[in-house]
Design a protein around this ligand. Structure first.
Ligand code: UDP
Length: 239
């Protein structure tokens, strides 16, 4: 049976640091995913939406939090469509499934159907997060990986190459961690992802590799190597 993994792509990376999409970056991501699919890996993907909107930031600017979160979720769908287009151009068959129904652009989220798509070699891209305000796409990545029986979550981050014991952009002495438990991340309040995501991963013993999206080739390495991709980023698990 082929291996199945869940890839999380940060929305920030899709925008290349700007609002909107940086097509050259998404084209590169599609090429890297194509290589892994050609090697026989079953891939499903969750994409963030930080390059468009984050509900929390919108609420600080005066927009109702719930509405802002829905705007954030809709942003993730635009990223899904952009990635879908470049994957299809590469000859990789894809389906987008969204947690908020929008029949003209995507299938609704139907787990059994997603399962079948992946068995047929299609890449399934999950959009609109969980369809619920107050969640993050990191939390959704762990939930989808569990529901889709993925071997692990491969969490691609923008601007960092691994988890550190403090922010490497602020502290030059920050220590790079090759391995970490969910409990340590929670207890030490490490800014790797939100506490809801860490807690879901801990409770359900999800294995995760956090890695950087800036270095070309990392996505293929993560997808093909999975938990065995030694030296790539940080392995997060619960012993
Ligand atoms: N969001 C939400 N529910 C979800 C997933 C996302 O409300 O299940 C909203 C939330 O406002 C979030 C935004 O969508 O800030 C974009 O997602 P996220 O911040 O996780 O994207 P990333 O940081 O990975 O780019």
């Amino acid at each position: 049976m082929s291996r199945r993994v869940l890839l999380k792509l940060s929305g920030e990376a899709f925008g290349g640091g700007e609002v909107g999409v940086d097509t050259s970056i998404i084209r590169r991501f599609a090429g890297e995913i194509h290589e892994a699919v050609a090697a026989g890996v079953q891939v499903c993907i969750v994409i963030g939406g930080g390059n468009f909107f984050r509900g929390e930031e919108l609420s600080q600017a005066g927009i109702d939090r719930n509405r802002g979160d829905y705007m954030g979720m809709l942003g993730t769908v635009m990223n899904c469509l952009a990635l879908q287009d470049f994957l299809e151009q590469e000859g990789v068959p894809t389906r987008v499934q969204t947690a908020i129904a929008m029949g003209q652009v995507a299938e609704p989220y139907i787990p059994l159907k997603a399962d079948r798509h992946m068995e047929k070699g299609r890449v399934v891209i999950f959009g609109a997060g969980a369809g619920m305000p107050y969640f993050s796409t990191d939390t959704v990545s762990i939930q989808r990986a569990l529901e889709m029986n993925c071997e692990c979550v491969l969490m691609g981050k923008n601007g960092v190459d691994a988890v550190y014991d403090s922010d490497p952009r602020k502290n030059p002495d920050a220590k790079r961690l090759s391995e970490l438990t969910y409990t340590d991340a929670l207890v030490n309040n490490l800014a790797v992802m939100d506490a809801a995501a860490l807690s879901l991963g801990r409770t359900n013993h999800v294995s995760m590799r956090v890695f950087g999206l800036d270095t070309p080739g990392n996505i293929t390495k993560a997808l093909v190597g999975g938990l065995e991709a030694k030296g790539l980023g940080t392995l997060v698990h619960e012993k």
